[in-house]
Design a protein around this ligand. Sequence first.
Ligand code: BGC
Length: 255
Amino acid sequence: MKLLGKVALVTGSAQGIGQAVAIRLAQEGADVIVDDRAIGESAQQTADAITKLGRKVHMIAGDLAKTADDRRVIADGVAKMGKIDILVNNAGVEKRADFWNVTEAEYDFVMQINLRGTFFITQDFVNHLISTKRPGRIINMSSVHEEMAFPHFSTYCASKGGLKMLCRNLAVELGPLGITINNIAPGAIATPINKALLNNPELMKLLESKIPLGRLGTPNDVAGLAAFLASDDAAYMTGSTFFVDGGLIRNYHEQ
Ligand code: BGC
């Protein structure tokens, strides 16, 4: 087990990729703080799976869009678990809209969770590490769309593009403190964020035809990389983005 004795906080871990990551980190020995906007049945499922693995778990509700919540989530997590070593900034949202119709409310909703919330919860985590004089790991769940265009999702792309530079900048600024930061860039993964797509067989077929490996990914396809990036094996890796996308971002055909 690569993460024995470590405490990880995974935002948005009531479902999808976050849930798989939280469970995977526990399989590697970490105790886990499960965080989501609301703590309901699905967060409880994540927690139960972690408990079953013999690891400690603590559940916290927090709205990433609110800096006061970000502060409380870190403080409460530290109070309950003693410390936090690994922060997985997984929570994210998207809203489809033509650029010319995007409302301020839609813009704020996406940017506040994906970028602003990630920024400030990371700041709180880093301050915790600084005050306890410890190294740490930050893993951002970005997207192939930190790099690749996604028409009609301009807010999402702007937020993920921001995460790309945040990762690079913090790698330089936090490296001397022994804190690493890396981005995971999933492609099309079968999770609740893709509900509309998953329920549209025609769109699914088209998308699968664009993925060299011929299928959507699963949350578990992503979780293993998070466990690796959190482990000592990744001690010398910082400031990079790692794609888990079945080859989607490299795909180009003339016909
Ligand atoms: C988005 C999905 C999209 C996928 C591939 C993800 O980041 O959340 O909606 O299907 O990228 O384009």
